[in-house]
Design a protein around this ligand. Structure first.
Ligand code: 5GP
Length: 145
């Protein structure tokens, strides 16, 4: 998928937002949903999405929605850091198929990092166990401001 074209309401994150498929939710409010990546690149990999924006990528989102989303990314990163005590974290965001994007509902990755643990490949990590993800989501949620 290129950077242009219409938003596909059948994308996997739209289905998660509609409750059609499950996710391990970390937190949500009226604008934002943060949930565990089911193919985590490291332990505690969280995805943050806007609930009402149908931006596919960074180019399409309104400044108002982007401000809400980036504030949510920071809130999530603070909770991930407090809960899991990583040595660092990476914020990732991919645009267009050629840019590495695989789900075309704009999202930010919050990925905790440890110097002695290799990052698993984007789009190549094994699927995580649901109960493990729920437990991590609970630990991160408990550390929210
Ligand atoms: P992108 O490649 O578009 O930047 O990121 C999409 C992310 O969604 C990937 O990291 C991938 O592991 C994750 N993902 C794909 N399908 C699902 C799913 O069904 N549930 C969850 N929670 N994450 C998914």
């Amino acid at each position: 998928m290129s950077l242009t074209g219409a938003y596909d309401p059948a994308n996997i994150f739209a289905k998660i937002l509609r409750g059609e498929i499950p996710s391990a939710k970390v937190w949500e409010d009226e604008n934002i949903l943060a949930f565990m990546d089911v193919f985590p690149q490291s332990e505690g990999h969280v995805l943050v999405i806007h609930k009402t924006s149908t931006a596919q990528n960074l180019l399409e989102i309104s400044p108002e929605h982007l401000a809400q989303l980036t504030a949510a990314v920071q809130r999530t990163a603070r909770a991930v850091t407090a809960a899991l005590s990583p040595e660092g974290f990476s914020i990732m965001q991919f645009n267009g198929e050629a840019g590495g994007q695989t789900v075309f509902h704009l999202h930010f990755h919050v990925i905790p990092r440890w110097s002695d643990r290799a990052l698993k490949g984007h789009g190549h990590a094994p699927m995580a166990d649901t109960e493990t993800l729920k437990a991590l989501a609970g630990r991160i949620a408990a550390a929210l401001d």
